[in-house]
Design a protein. Structure first.
Length: 204
């Protein structure tokens, strides 16, 4: 009903129903200031970090690790799917750069993981010289790799379906909106922090 008021637990500010709907959908809503209880909510979110990162995230990775792939190899396939050209091909250096944001891993360890995925019996990847640079390698999913990735995604989706099975549709939709906003906020922080470090670094 137009004009209905609902309370925002993070700020204590009242919002109209349309504003609450915008918040649930992940669209920005202006607030009038931080509520004294906001620190309690951020502490509670912090307490969820390790359960989400290790219990949820790693259990999902385990569900997707068909054929005994390592977590890094699962992440490499995910990077190819989400960052690669057509979801199938990507430069090796780019894999290294993106993977370094998730794992403490050396370039030689990445090369070893890629070679293991390219060799029989897996044959998931093809590694060849990049047409753009003789000094760069291009990593491409093979037909077998494409089928493997599709199967991996189906297993991941089944796991997520089991997790949210007891949730109603509104909870799932709002959870997706919240996680999308968190992901965007973390990406924004990642872009700002190098600039902040650069400003603090004295010139010589």
């Amino acid at each position: 009903m137009k004009g209905d008021r609902v309370s925002n637990p993070m700020t204590g500010a009242a919002k109209t129903r349309p504003e609450a709907d915008r918040a649930a959908a992940g669209r920005p809503v202006r607030t009038s200031g931080a509520h004294p209880d906001a620190a309690a909510y951020t502490r509670e979110l912090l307490e969820l970090f390790y359960p989400i990162h290790y219990k949820v995230g790693m259990t999902l990775e385990d569900a997707m690790r068909l054929g005994g792939l390592t977590r890094k190899q699962v992440a490499i396939l995910w990077i190819i799917r989400t960052e690669g050209s057509g979801g199938r091909a990507i430069e090796r250096k780019r894999i290294e750069r993106l993977l370094a944001g998730w794992f403490e891993v050396s370039g030689s360890a990445i090369s070893k993981s890629l070679r293991a995925m390219a060799r029989p019996p897996r044959n998931l990847l093809q590694i060849e010289e990049s047409p753009q640079s003789g000094r760069e390698k291009l990593v491409t999913l093979t037909a077998t790799g494409g089928r493997f990735l599709a199967s991996m995604l189906r297993r991941g989706q089944r796991f997520v379906s089991e997790v949210v099975n007891g949730f109603d549709r509104t909870e799932v939709v709002r959870g997706i909106a919240f996680l999308r906003r968190v992901t965007t906020a973390v990406d924004d922080l990642g872009r700002k922090r190098p600039a902040q470090r650069d400003r603090r670094t004295p010139t010589r």
